[in-house]
Ligand binder design. Structure first.
Ligand SMILES: Nc1ncnc2c1ncn2[C@@H]1O[C@H](COP(=O)(O)OP(=O)(O)OP(=O)(O)O)[C@@H](O)[C@H]1O
Length: 747
């Protein structure tokens, strides 16, 4: 039987804003001061509460009351009322005004605000406007409190309660209790799984239409997270049966209904039924339509100088293929330039850029990630930005997500846009970019089609190439200068399925044999912490360990623990903070792993500040301030940002990172374990991507049998995408998507 205690909160010792876990002192009516511990998200100092739970004994802190549930009771002391009025919950009231109010109404101040608020107009300094604001903020606070109390048993954090309240206001509890699945579309961050959990606690049935609809959308979204823009109908139905535990007929009928009512699109192609979330179908279809429109609608002006003149100026003779690429770029509204490392993409690109510059064309360079943009800028000696920045991405509170300010109504002002590392671009980003490209602008896509595909849905570069609808050139010749590098030579060998050359002297590519994962990890630590800095004069920031996987002894997690111990061990006076089983220490190499468009930063060197820290941004922990529960990260690009201890899920140690996370980046030195990883992570593509990240030195450490296995494993998860099909159709039929009504029109 749970025990009940009543009393006033005298002190909040700890409160986690995310999950509501609170440790507080309660002055109990019967027992005096006791420590209460549990989920009490809406509890504040001086609140009168009733808790229900049981006594527990903590190893260090002794006897505590474990709270299972709690309720707020009316504030019954003058101090409590003053504290509440001045707490900031009620807009426009400070401590002075709170005293004025209690001087007038005493202990009944809050009751009067609720039942006869006009009496507040009797108080000097409170006019109609101010009073209306006071009433609405008091009611909001009360409603929010009751929502938090009502939803905390369902595992909905106060932060999400706030979002729910913003959406449904005073109807929040009714709406959620009636149909928790509505949260999936209305409140960002609450997905099908959470809604289903809530529904199950509410004992709602398995076969509600809302549940099936949201379940289907959830499966399609999960497929998109794995790279697919659609699912085949039989695959979707079988997964839905597994997830929802209902009959096939119910699923099929719901799918047909959704296709009619909106939400999903079904495309019949030959014998296949492809089921899309509307958003992915729109992005893929519109991107295909815009690609064809932009590529073929308008002519571009002619070049002024011949390639021969440029060759003289640059003192470099282009290969035939490179010349063809330059001519193609100048004569077409759109082209794709692809090729492996050292095949002269950058050189060709600089000829293209110079030709356009001589034609006085405005050229804009961009890439999908900050690091890729930085690399592009270094290679071309011209400014380059991320595609997001080019599109003027801003966080919209209304949309609770990112929106692009550049679009068809306000397109990018440029004659030529050159996009690098297109292999990393997903179909959503391609669509957003193309929407903001005007018909007078030419677009050049550059990338290596053999790199790992984008994290998001689509296989944009391969689809565009396979469709054969957009002029493209693949550079294949590795130039003499590039051939000096065994990294480049071996990358090409590996890409062709051949074993790398490892017996060269004065090489930049090494294979160091080790058998067991622990020997591999040990050697990697020795190399990074001692041998490489000593013999190659490399700083540890320029050495990146890349592993195909996170778990395992030779995986990212374990290597990070070992490398942290070797490179940045605990020392007296060096601050650290433990978060779960991770220890963050001043000086640790870290990576930000989620796009956070709202995170503010400042760059002290350049005296600028801004918003946005992105997935893949690398830096180190500069300072930890335990009293403020904060740490500070200095990023490699100069930004410095502050992280609350509750935000540490956004960062990870990065002495070692996954190969996937390294896409689009380059490092002076790459060290990679070659061990027994799961087959899908032991692929040629992963090895090739890792190796091509190295600029000066690449070291593979492991077992040659697994190296061979990786090279011969051409496994690549097939992605369901239809950009290529759509491009072919638009090109062949000459019909384009008309944006307003989704119909196709001739061009
Ligand atoms: N036509 C050419 N004749 C001689 N050397 C060339 C020619 N084109 C490029 N090179 C040289 O080949 C090397 C690789 O060229 P470049 O950097 O342009 O290739 P890339 O495809 O951009 O490589 P990566 O993708 O690795 O950056 C460079 O040293 C460059 O100077």
């Amino acid at each position: 039987m749970p025990i009940e205690l009543k009393g006033k909160i005298s002190d909040i010792i700890f409160q986690n804003d995310e999950n509501g876990y609170t440790i507080a002192n309660l002055i109990s009516d019967e027992l005096g001061e006791v420590t209460v511990v549990g989920c009490m998200p809406s509890v504040r100092e001086l609140d009168n509460i009733k808790v229900s739970g049981e006594w527990k004994t903590h190893d260090i802190y002794g006897r505590q009351f474990g709270v299972m549930s709690f309720t707020h009771m009316a504030i019954d002391s003058l101090d409590g009322i003053i504290a509440y009025l001045a707490s900031g919950t009620i807009e426009g009231i400070g401590l002075k005004m709170a005293h004025k109010i209690t001087d007038k109404f005493g202990i009944k101040a809050i009751e009067i605000l609720e039942t006869n608020p006009n009496r507040y107009l009797e108080i000097e300094g409170i006019g109609r406007k101010k009073l209306d604001k006071m009433i609405s903020s008091h009611m909001e606070g009360r409603q929010l409190k009751s929502i938090i109390t009502a939803f905390s048993p369902y595992g909905i954090s106060p932060a999400y309660c706030m979002k729910i309240y913003k959406k449904y206001a005073d109807k929040s509890i009714d709406i959620v209790m009636n149909n928790p699945y509505g949260l999936c579309k209305d409140v960002k961050g609450i997905g099908f799984k959470k809604a289903d959990e809530i529904a199950k606690k509410l004992n709602s049935g398995l076969d509600s239409l809302e549940r099936i609809e949201e379940g289907i959308k959830y499966l399609l979204q999960e497929a998109a997270y794995s790279g697919h823009t659609y699912m085949l109908a039989p695959q979707l139905v079988s997964k839905a049966k597994e997830l929802l535990l209902i009959d096939e007929e119910e699923i099929l009928s719901c799918v047909s209904q959704m296709a009619i009512n909106g939400g999903i699109t079904i495309e019949e192609v030959d014998t296949e039924q492809r089921v899309y979330l509307d958003s992915y179908n729109l992005a893929e279809t519109r991107a295909a339509s815009n690609l064809i429109k932009l590529a073929y609608m308008n002519e571009l002006g002619n070049q002024e100088k011949t390639i021969e003149q440029l060759e003289l100026e640059e003192d470099m003779k282009l290969s035939e293929l490179q010349k063809k690429a330059v001519t193609m770029a100048l004569e077409n509204k759109m082209m794709i330039l692809t090729g492996g490392p050292g095949t002269g993409k950058t050189t060709t690109l600089s000829f293209i850029i110079k030709s356009f510059e001589q034609m006085k064309k405005k050229i804009i360079l961009c890439a999908p990630t900050g690091r890729a943009a930085k690399r592009m800028s270094e290679a071309t000696l011209r400014p380059a930005s991320t595609i997001h920045r080019l599109l003027e991405a801003v966080y919209s509170e209304e949309a609770d997500g990112l929106i692009f300010q550049k679009d068809e109504d306000d397109p990018i002002a440029a004659d030529v846009i050159i996009v690098d590392e297109v292999s990393m671009m997903d179909v959503m980003l391609l669509d957003s970019l193309l929407l903001a490209v005007s018909e007078d602008t030419a677009v050049i896509f550059v990338g290596d089609k053999d790199q790992l595909p984008s994290v998001g849905a689509g296989r944009v570069l391969q689809d565009m190439l396979e469709s054969n609808t957009i002029p493209s050139i693949e550079l294949t010749e590795v130039f003499r200068q590039a051939k000096q590098s065994m990294i480049i030579v071996n990358a090409h060998k590996i890409n062709k399925g051949e074993l790398p050359i490892t017996d060269q002297k004065n090489t930049d590519f090494f294979f160091m044999a080790k058998k067991t994962p622990s020997q591999i990890a040990e050697l990697i630590v020795e190399l990074v912490s001692d041998r490489l800095p000593k013999y190659y004069k490399l700083s540890s920031n320029n050495i990146q360990v890349l592993s195909p996987m996170r778990k395992s002894e030779a995986g990212v997690l374990n290597l990070n623990l070992l490398l942290q111990e070797a490179l940045n061990p605990a020392r007296q006076g060096k601050r650290e903070h433990k978060a779960g089983n991770r220890t963050f220490r001043t000086g640790d190499r870290v990576m930000h792993i989620k796009n956070n468009y709202e995170k503010t930063w400042e760059n002290l060197d350049e005296n600028i500040s801004g918003e946005g820290i992105f997935n893949g941004d690398l830096g180190y922990i500069d300072f930890i301030e335990p009293s403020e529960k904060k740490l500070y990260i200095q990023f490699d690009d100069g930004k410095r940002a502050e992280y609350d201890f509750t935000e540490l899920d956004q960062i990870e140690h990065a002495f070692a990172t996954t190969v996937h996370k390294s896409q689009g980046s380059e490092f002076d030195c790459v060290v990679m374990p070659i061990s027994a990883f799961p087959p899908m992570l032991m692929s040629r593509k992963i090895l090739y991507t890792a190796l091509t990240r190295a600029k000066k030195l690449a070291i593979l450490v492991g077992d040659s049998k697994y190296l061979k296995a990786m090279i011969s494993n051409v496994y690549e998860e097939k992605r369901n995408t239809a950009l290529s099909d759509k491009l072919k159709i638009y090109k062949e039929t000459g019909m384009l998507l008309e944006e307003n009504n989704g119909a196709t029109v001739p061009f």
